[in-house]
Design a protein around this ligand. Structure first.
Ligand code: C5P
Length: 231
């Protein structure tokens, strides 16, 4: 195993974001003077951790070529896929000529523009010597209910439940293999789930609560507030 693996970032950015009810995919909505994705990619590039940032872009995407970041030498693109996992696999394949099996890949949603460089460094420090890798996650402060058709079935022990965030950090070879083997499986909603299905036990690294995913219109105002607080 190489002593000093290279770090790569992969950004799935080929979603349409239906829950935003906007005229364009959520990663292209304006946020504090830029688009959402420009904040996200800026944080990854500025961290200085990555050899390249591979971004999965939809083939019918007219917005990407308009952004300055599309010509950033640290940023390369790959065609997006049907599901998030297909987009991630496509971006991993685009690194195939240069990435090694034991290199690390941090997969981060384009729609999470408030990721801090400190969280990237903390994740790498926590997992850099791990065999498998792991994800940023948040513990739950609320009491959690398992529900069927708005009827509460039971209360879940919240100490055992964490909310998965990104980045999700795994070895290049292991992640590519897991995503290839689980292609089309609807249970694969993040990278960790593909590894779990393969029998691995990814780790949790506690992340910051301001690392929100832009999902609904009101999330933009919250993200703007967090970005202001972080500077
Ligand atoms: O829709 P959701 O918020 O779960 O998407 C998470 C991330 O995955 C977003 O950055 C989105 O652009 C990306 N995605 C993708 N390809 C898809 C679906 C989602 O790259 N087919």
């Amino acid at each position: 195993m190489s002593d000093s693996p290279t770090f790569w970032a992969v950004v799935p950015a080929a979603g349409v974001g239906k829950r935003m009810q906007s005229d364009r995919p959520k990663q292209y909505l304006p946020l504090a003077g830029k688009t959402v994705i420009e904040h996200t990619l800026g944080r990854l590039v500025d961290s200085g951790c990555f050899a390249k940032v591979a971004v999965a872009i939809s083939q019918e995407d007219p917005y990407w070529p308009e952004l300055d970041v599309s010509s950033n030498p640290f940023v390369i693109t790959a065609p997006g896929g049907k599901e998030r996992a297909d987009s991630v696999l496509s971006a991993l394949n685009s690194l195939g000529d240069t990435a090694s099996e034991n290199d690390w890949v941090l997969v981060h949603d384009a729609a999470r523009p408030c990721l801090t460089v400190a969280d990237i460094h903390a994740q790498i420090a926590a997992l850099g010597h791990d065999e498998v890798g792991g994800i940023l996650a948040l513990s739950s402060h609320d009491t959690l209910k398992q529900v069927d058709a708005l009827n509460i079935e039971r209360t879940i022990d919240r100490s055992t439940v964490w909310r998965a965030l990104t980045p999700q950090m795994f070895r290049y070879g292991m992640l590519k293999h897991a995503l290839t083997e689980t292609q089309g499986n609807p249970a694969v909603t993040d990278e960790a789930s593909a590894l779990e299905i393969q029998g691995f036990t990814p780790k949790i690294v506690e992340g910051r609560p301001d690392n929100i995913k832009i999902t609904r219109p009101e999330d933009l105002a919250l993200a703007e507030f967090y970005l202001e607080q972080q500077t």
